[in-house]
Design a protein around this ligand. Structure first.
Ligand code: NAG
Ligand code: NAG
Ligand code: NAG
Ligand code: NAG
Ligand code: NAG
Length: 488
């Protein structure tokens, strides 16, 4: 096809999917879970599109629907037979098609990019209040069915625009972190709907007692920084007993009345540096303060306020159980929504290990279970065994799924541990390789356009894994086309 024709058809396609809702701007997604910063950054397209989704995919008689938001980017699409990349929206507001490394892949493969906001998050909200009862359709299982229904809807609408029927483009599905798990699970449950899956830092194992999270932070920090962090925690624990109010205020966290909430906030503040490829931001000031005999708590409070709250944009109240209990809709309900998923399905409770912990031992199983009960009501706790029974955990029996994990990422122990020809697994290994480095380059925060790998301490490590990803995609997409996917 000539370049001109291609551009006209692309413009036509974009025009045909018109949205009637003006874009609203939202603040930064609260990183309470540390998983949901991924939708933040620079976008290729932010024009909202909508379609009607089934509320309950598993009821034989409930036919209610809600409006689900999505975005597309068609500039690279090789009409009519290019692949379609389905990028899964995770546990946060979805503001557009992110211009990360997937854009580079889309350019390379001549792919259309389309991304669906996760049900309940952002504007894809079925109800106008968030009582626990209203959250009963918020689950990974419903979300996977959303993706299946959406995939069919979108293929049909592409076909309608192109005046054809019964032809299918080859699809490939992508996700990172929780949406990485959804990406793997989608290929597992709907292998006829995608040629393959990229599951980046995919937390496919539901874990009740996720002590490896804290242990990995210790490993990523190295002995000197780990010791400084541990000493800081001990000092804070002592200070809290005598002058709690002033101490919390010195972290701009006076509202966190429950000590567990305060300690969780601090634990996340530390984790974020390693998870997103900025270890020196927390290690340097603490190690220097320790060497100079200066107050560690002061140095740490400075880091928390300047970096975690300031630069990173954390909203302290998302750690406050009083806030998490609120059921009225506000600009961003992600914190309550994600806690509901945590408290019902996947847990990933980031508890303190019994030995050598960095976080306070107050962040234990009881803290998490009490939170679930306090925020959502009696009887709400995660049945991780049921979740792992349903999906297989790290023994997931899928095919054509690429797993990647970052060497410094505390989440990597909830991802797949082994590699096989049909489910290859790669580790992206370098000093600042964290959560989803294959998508986002280094550091993973702030956002770097097209996931540039230049600032990784080993750009080559990232580059090699990306090359592997591309090779698997090439093969699986070609196998998909050869067998013909006209299953309608
Ligand atoms: C599709 O078919 C209709 C009716 O035959 C025609 O008017 C229209 O131009 C066609 N569109 C494309 C994109 O080929
Ligand atoms: C959680 O793990 C820790 C450390 O391995 C262990 O001491 C504790 O007993 C575990 N708790 C539960 C409830 O499994
Ligand atoms: C506790 O951690 C320290 C430091 O890593 C280690 O030397 C020690 O063996 C551990 N003790 C137990 C009981 O695991
Ligand atoms: C790499 O780091 C430098 C220095 O901090 C910064 O100016 C530059 O924008 C970064 N490049 C990318 C691609 O992130
Ligand atoms: C926890 C972890 O790092 N899991 C795996 C990440 O990928 C590499 C490469 O396949 C594995 O060796 C790790 O076990």
């Amino acid at each position: 096809m000539k370049q001109e024709e291609w551009m006209i058809t692309t413009a036509l396609l974009s025009l045909l999917f018109v949205s009637s809702f003006p874009p609203l701007s939202y603040g930064v997604v609260p990183p309470r879970t540390l998983l949901n910063k991924l939708s933040e950054g620079k976008y290729l397209n932010t024009q909202e599109l909508w379609f009607d989704q089934t509320l309950d995919h598993f009821s034989p008689y409930d036919h209610r629907q809600f409006r689900q938001r999505y975005y597309e980017f068609l500039d690279y699409f090789r009409i009519p037979d290019g692949p379609i990349f389905l990028v899964i929206g995770g546990e946060g507001i979805l503001n557009g098609v992110a211009n990360d490394y997937l854009a580079v892949l889309a350019k390379k493969f001549g792919a259309a990019m389309v991304t669906l906001e996760h049900r309940y998050y952002g504007k894809s909200t079925p109800f106008n209040s968030l009582e626990t009862e209203n959250l009963k359709y918020l689950s990974s299982k419903q979300a996977l069915s959303d993706l299946a229904v959406f995939r069919q809807y979108y293929q049909d609408s592409i076909n309608a625009k192109l005046n054809r029927t019964k032809i299918e483009n080859p699809w490939f599905i992508f996700g990172g972190s929780y949406s990485g798990a959804l990406s793997a699970w989608f290929r597992l449950k709907f292998p006829h709907l995608t040629c393959g899956s990229l599951a980046s830092s995919a937390v496919v194992l539901a874990v009740y007692n996720y002590t490896e999270f804290d242990q990995q932070i210790g490993e990523s920090a190295g002995p000197e920084c780990k010791e400084a962090l541990q000493e800081t925690t001990q000092l804070i624990e002592h200070k809290l007993a005598t002058s709690g109010k002033e101490l919390k205020a010195s972290f701009d966290a006076a509202d966190l009345e429950i000590d567990g909430d305060f300690f969780y906030f601090l634990a996340d503040a530390t984790a974020i540096a390693f998870q997103y490829g900025n270890p020196d931001k927390v290690c340097k000031p603490l190690v220097e303060a320790k060497k100079a005999g200066e107050d560690l708590v002061d140095a740490y409070a400075k880091y928390v306020k300047e970096y975690y709250i300031g630069t990173f944009g954390t909203d302290v109240q998302t750690y406050d159980q009083k806030y998490l209990k609120r059921t009225a809709m506000n600009e961003d309900n992600s914190a309550r929504l994600w806690w509901f998923q945590v408290c019902t399905e996947v847990a990933y409770f980031q508890v303190a290990p019994s030995n050598d912990s960095i976080r306070s031992s107050k962040v234990d199983i009881k803290y998490h279970l009490d939170l679930c009960k306090n925020v959502f009501g009696e009887g709400i706790f995660p049945d991780v065994d049921a979740t792992n029974l349903y999906y297989g955990g790290t023994k997931i029996a899928g095919s054509k799924i690429i797993f990647t994990n970052g060497s410094q990422d505390p989440w990597r122990h909830a991802s797949k541990q082994t590699s096989s020809p049909d489910m290859p697994s790669y580790i992206v290994k370098c000093y600042n390789c964290g959560h989803c480095s294959d998508y986002r380059g280094c550091p993973q925060f702030p956002f770097s356009i097209e996931g540039n790998e230049k600032n990784c301490t080993s750009p080559d490590a990232v580059h090699k894994v990306r090359q592997k990803i591309s090779e698997h995609m090439d093969l699986w997409l070609s196998e998909c086309v050869d067998t013909g996917r006209s299953f309608i």
